[in-house]
Design a protein around this ligand. Structure first.
Ligand SMILES: C[S@@+](CC[C@H](N)C(=O)[O-])C[C@H]1O[C@@H](n2cnc3c(N)ncnc32)[C@H](O)[C@@H]1O
Length: 292
């Protein structure tokens, strides 16, 4: 399959996913009623990253967003962008899916906030966005769709104002490598190098029964490539934290299992003691990087 066929498959998947997410009872992730009622779907890692980037207290992570100009990049149906707008930020949602952006505007109207939407490729952000943003917020399930991560990082740096911060919360490349752990461990994507993997499937990560047929291609980026990409694009890395727990199952395929504390961890094999569980592997990371 050619690169443009990969891209066409990915775009078609995201158009379908954007049309269906938050519309079915079977959707385990996009609880839009909760957002309209004043809640948020942000994970602890996303809230923690925003608190760290803005200097907000951990127990009130969105309290310092007022007046900030935020680009929610690869915003999908705009849930976090709408929540940040409600917290006082001037939010622009950017995605290549027109359906996703239409859904984001519908959600903003329901919540009673204004957002700007820009339909564009994240690898080629419009000049009108350059130098405008205090924060570029990108979270879980975004960079695996990007074939040329260095170019993507240069676009992020270009749209930040000097001193502006990239807030990137993503799945760990180690988790991306893993396809299954039962009945045997299957690792079918390299750790990095921009390697591509293509999958045929149905449903989505949020709604496995959604009427969506897809052929999608994801790209592997190692942690070293991500950090080096940010630095090469002219950003200073302020924080890189690897997380060994999640508060939701990102792929809906039970690779991660729930511990007694309610959080989900990736445990393979066993620990030192016979019958003990293996130590958790990293499953996500937070990168904060400032445009110099
Ligand atoms: C998994 S979603 C992001 C989910 C988001 N964190 C959330 O909670 O809803 C990934 C998004 O990236 C978008 N996307 C993928 N490749 C893109 C590209 N090259 N340019 C712009 N958007 C892209 C898709 O349309 C999709 O909306």
């Amino acid at each position: 399959m050619t690169t443009s066929a990969h891209e066409a498959g990915n775009r078609a998947f995201w158009e379908q996913a954007a049309a269906t997410h938050g519309t079915h009872a079977g959707d385990r992730y996009y609880d839009l009623a909760k957002v309209v009622a004043g809640g948020t779907l942000m994970t602890l890692h996303e809230e923690g990253a925003l608190a760290a980037a803005t200097g907000a207290p951990a127990d009130d992570p969105l309290s310092r967003l007022g007046g900030l100009s935020v680009l929610h990049l690869q915003s999908h149906i705009g849930v976090d962008g709408v929540v940040m707008a409600r917290a006082g930020a001037r939010v622009t949602c950017a995605d290549w899916s027109p359906t996703a952006l239409r859904r984001a505007q519908e959600l903003a109207a329901q919540v009673g906030v204004r957002i700007e939407t820009v339909e564009c490729d994240a690898r080629d952000l419009p000049a009108a966005l350059h130098g405008r943003f205090d924060l570029v917020y990108v979270t879980i399930g975004a960079i695996c769709w990007i074939d040329d991560l260095d170019r993507w990082m240069r676009q992020v740096a270009a749209v930040l104002r000097p001193g502006g911060v990239l807030v990137l919360v993503e799945l760990h490349p180690l988790l991306q490598m893993l396809e299954a752990r039962v009945p045997e461990i299957v690792m079918d994507l390299p750790y990095g190098g921009g390697a591509a993997g293509t999958w045929e499937g149905s449903g989505t990560y949020a709604d496995p029964d959604a009427p969506v047929q897809s052929s999608t291609t994801c790209y592997a980026h190692s942690l070293g490539e991500i950090v080096t990409g940010a630095v090469s694009a002219g950003m200073r890395v302020d924080r890189l934290v690897e997380h060994d727990a999640l508060d939701f199952d990102p792929r809906g395929d039970d690779l991660v299992t729930r511990d007694e504390d309610g959080r989900l961890r990736l445990r393979l094999g066993r620990g030192r003691e016979e019958g003990s569980r293996g130590e958790p592997l990293p499953v996500a990371f937070t990168l904060l990087a400032t445009r110099a």
